[in-house]
Write a protein that binds this ligand. Structure first.
Ligand SMILES: O=c1ccn([C@@H]2O[C@H](COP(=O)(O)O)[C@@H](O)[C@H]2O)c(=O)[nH]1
Length: 281
């Protein structure tokens, strides 16, 4: 093989070896308070390091939510850099949840910020928004191919408001969300065992049988835990595509902190529930 191993192949292996689970690092102010931490950079740093030390050596994916770090300005971003580096060093893949999206020329700079090997925030994958037109993501697709990283493109989000955009029907009769999934199928064509260009599809959405979720790439599925979905819902929501689903749980795990053993146990319970749900299909 020439070049770095693609993200999709690395993710497939991590999911098979560690179980298909993504734990979110979302340092909400309310969680900092529950953990007895101050709502400042010191609290942020302690929170993030505790999560990384508790689970990064065992879960497939960690997903820091950039917003909760950006809240503290440049010092918060410095904590995010350390969090990403330490999580990767411990063996987890890192999906940066920054949901970037802009015109192509600016998108190129966003891609450099997260997917260039020399970037301080270099991550294994980045969440992006296709709602400036899927083609605006081309610079990120190109850089991800070059650096062996991946993208998770917002297709059908977990929040109830998403439907007004994503279920909207285009002139060709397809929904906007289905169109995004169609673009991803093209990106992933021929990639084995899994493409590097994933979709974000909420686990909260109920029956999605009208959508072709089998687009050759991974599906990042937020919504389990605090948003009300459960691992047992996954087969009904994702059907045969469930094998490629990486469910995300943030608050559902984090509320068990600050005790590292309790965090680890919670992550392992979710991973086991997901494994059982996938095996039932
Ligand atoms: O459709 C989406 C896309 C992203 N998210 C993000 O996932 C986590 C969910 O956190 P929970 O605490 O498990 O609810 C959070 O970072 C969201 O910004 C999403 O929920 N839905």
């Amino acid at each position: 093989m020439t070049g770095p191993e693609p993200f999709g192949a690395r993710l497939r292996r991590a999911m098979d070896e560690r179980g298909p689970l993504c734990v979110g690092i979302d340092p909400h102010a309310s969680l900092l308070a529950e953990w007895g931490l101050s709502d400042d950079v010191t609290g942020l740093e302690r929170f993030s390091r505790t999560v990384v030390e508790a689970v990064a050596d065992r879960v497939a994916v960690l997903k820091p939510q950039s917003a909760f770090f950006e809240r503290f300005g440049s010092r918060g971003v410095a904590v995010l850099e350390t969090t990403v580096r330490e999580a990767r060093e411990a063996g987890a893949l890192v999906v940066m949840d920054a949901k970037r999206g802009d015109i192509g020329s600016t998108m190129a700079a966003y891609a450099e910020s997260f997917l260039h090997r020399d970037a301080p925030l270099f991550s294994d994958a980045l969440t992006v928004s296709p709602y400036l037109g899927y083609g605006s993501l081309s610079p990120a697709v190109a850089l991800a191919r070059e650096t062996g990283t991946g993208l998770f493109v917002l297709a059908l989000t977990s929040n109830p408001e998403g439907g007004e955009v994503q279920h909207a029907i285009r002139a060709d009769g397809r929904t906007v969300g289905a169109t995004v999934l169609g673009h991803l199928a093209v990106e992933n064509a021929g990639e084995e065992p899994l493409g590097s260009f994933g979709a974000v599809v909420g686990a909260t959405l109920g029956d999605l049988s009208s959508y072709d979720l089998d687009m050759g790439g991974p599906i990042l599925a937020p919504g389990i835990g605090a948003q009300g979905a459960t691992a047992a819902d996954l087969p009904a929501v994702f059907g045969g595509a469930v094998r490629n689903v990486v469910p995300n749980v943030s608050r559902g795990v984090l509320r068990h902190g600050p005790d590292a053993v309790a965090l680890r146990d919670a992550a392992e319970r979710f991973a086991e529930e997901v494994r059982a749900a996938v095996a039932s299909v």
